[in-house]
Design a protein around this ligand. Structure first.
Ligand SMILES: Cc1cc2nc3c(=O)[nH]c(=O)nc-3n(C[C@H](O)[C@H](O)[C@H](O)COP(=O)(O)OP(=O)(O)OC[C@H]3O[C@@H](n4cnc5c(N)ncnc54)[C@H](O)[C@@H]3O)c2cc1C
Length: 415
């Protein structure tokens, strides 16, 4: 069907993408009484390839949006991470932290994302599902409108606004068209997952295997995971960190099959009845490796700004944190009537994540070498006393007292 000129829609802010970053941005704008439209390509609920693991960092954001009781009622709560390697298994509870809860959830993204987006709509955001944003209309360097193609009749809808947010995820077409580029010297994650029935689907720990080996027997810079979903199935996946070409050759489908074989017995996995026809995978843009992340009247959030944590591949929490940060800057812009507050976004991202992610990048470079990865994991796996701080630091959950030390080291590296 050839696109026709369709209707016009106007709001103060237009957010492209209704995943956690876009939906949380819209929620925080709408609760401030700012008119906001979310344009989302898919019909929700929709599947999103993910491990479905919510750490305390993600939970705190969801609770702030009033979704605490929904999380508790609908998703599987867990206590921490079981690290498995070199024949050992260590259960590491999430820490007691002054700002975060000490539990997480495993939430299928199909349901979680629909919940977060519906919450934004319930608080006043306009949500246009099944509208694919295909282009932007520019006036100089400023965006004047987003053009979206409605999937049921192919009509073009023009969404005009004063401020714009790209929350398009890892394949951010509009952000790229606006000049966003990933620094290819920085690490990139590749991951794949499937769902399998297991009698242990209510296990109180998410599990990561830290000594997954390639066909030559080298321990790879990544991990295999089994995350219990609580609905009779577990999310089983494999993720690897590539760095300047290193480990790029790894076939994640083959590695996932090998990983499933290795945990099949322990988790009693029913491999004959997978929930999905086949596993699906995706890219994890990380470490704020995308620039620029802001233009005169627009911002990029979540995966579109590569905000995934390079230490553990977690992205949902950072997507919601940056969605919220973008909303607060746009709210300043609305109040003042000019764009200037948006210009602070790159600096604020750097202040929040720069030092920690600089350490993360150095970490990825180190563990890309199997001669470092294997003995490093072996040393950390000596006991919970050595493994707990490692797991907590990698999940960005250190207490503020230790966090400042880590940040100081990170700042030195950054410089
Ligand atoms: C295999 C895998 C496992 C992972 N496991 C975890 C995990 O366990 N825990 C964790 O915290 N993170 C995990 N991540 C990372 C996490 O999935 C992302 O960081 C997170 O989804 C980012 O949220 P987002 O809102 O930025 O983007 P997304 O969740 O990708 O949402 C983007 C939305 O924008 C829509 N969209 C895109 N382009 C357009 C357009 N042009 N017009 C209209 N709509 C558009 C898409 O349809 C989508 O709904 C994993 C990632 C992968 C690939």
């Amino acid at each position: 069907m050839s696109p026709q000129v369709g209707e016009e829609l106007s709001s103060t802010v237009v957010v492209v993408g209704g995943g956690p970053s876009g939906a949380s941005c819209a929620y925080w704008l709408a609760t401030r009484g700012i008119s906001v439209t979310v344009v989302e390509r898919k019909h929700f609920p929709r599947d999103k390839t993910c491990g479905d693991g919510l750490t305390p960092r993600a939970v705190v954001q969801l609770e702030a949006m009033g979704l605490g009781s929904d999380l508790a009622a609908r998703f599987h709560r867990y206590e921490g991470l079981r690290a498995v390697a070199f024949g050992k298994s260590l259960e590491i509870p999430w820490p007691r932290h002054p700002l975060m809860p000490n539990y997480g959830f495993v939430a299928r993204r199909r349901e979680l994302d629909a919940l977060v987006l519906a919450n934004a709509a319930a608080h006043g955001a306009t949500v246009l599902e099944a509208h694919d944003a295909t282009d932007v209309e520019l006036e100089g360097a400023r965006i004047r409108a987003v053009l979206a193609r409605r999937s049921d009749d192919g009509a073009t809808v023009r969404l005009s606004g004063r401020w714009f947010v790209s929350a398009e995820g890892s394949n951010a077409r509009l952000a790229r068209a606006l000049g966003a580029q990933r620094d290819t010297r920085q690490p990139l994650g590749l991951a794949i997952r499937t769902y399998l029935p297991s009698p242990r689907a209510d296990d109180p720990w998410i599990e990561s295997a830290l000594d997954v080996r390639d066909e030559r027997g080298h321990v790879m810079p990544g991990y295999g995971w089994v995350f219990p979903v609580g609905d009779g199935t577990v999310n089983v996946g494999f993720g690897i960190l590539t760095n300047q070409g290193a480990w790029r050759h790894v076939n994640t489908t083959t590695e996932l099959e090998r990983f499933i074989d290795s945990v099949r017995e322990r988790w009693d996995l029913d491999v004959a009845h997978p929930v999905l026809a086949k596993p699906t995978g995706g890219k994890l843009p990380m470490g704020t490796s995308i620039t620029p992340v802001a233009g005169p009247n627009y911002l990029f959030v979540g995966d579109a700004a590569a905000t995934i944590n390079p230490f553990n591949g977690e992205g949902i929490s950072y997507a919601m944190e940056t969605g919220r940060l973008a909303a607060s800057l746009i709210a300043h812009a609305v109040r003042s009537g000019h764009d200037a507050p948006l210009a602070r976004y790159p600096r604020l991202l750097s202040q929040r994540y720069g030092a920690y992610y600089a350490l993360g990048r150095r970490f990825v470079r180190l563990i890309s070498d199997p001669r470092v990865m294997a003995p490093g994991v072996w040393l950390a796996m000596r006991g919970t006393a050595t493994m707990s701080p490692v797991v907590h630091a990698m999940a960005n959950l250190l207490p503020p007292s230790l966090e400042s030390g880590v940040r100081r080291v990170g700042s030195l590296l950054q410089r």
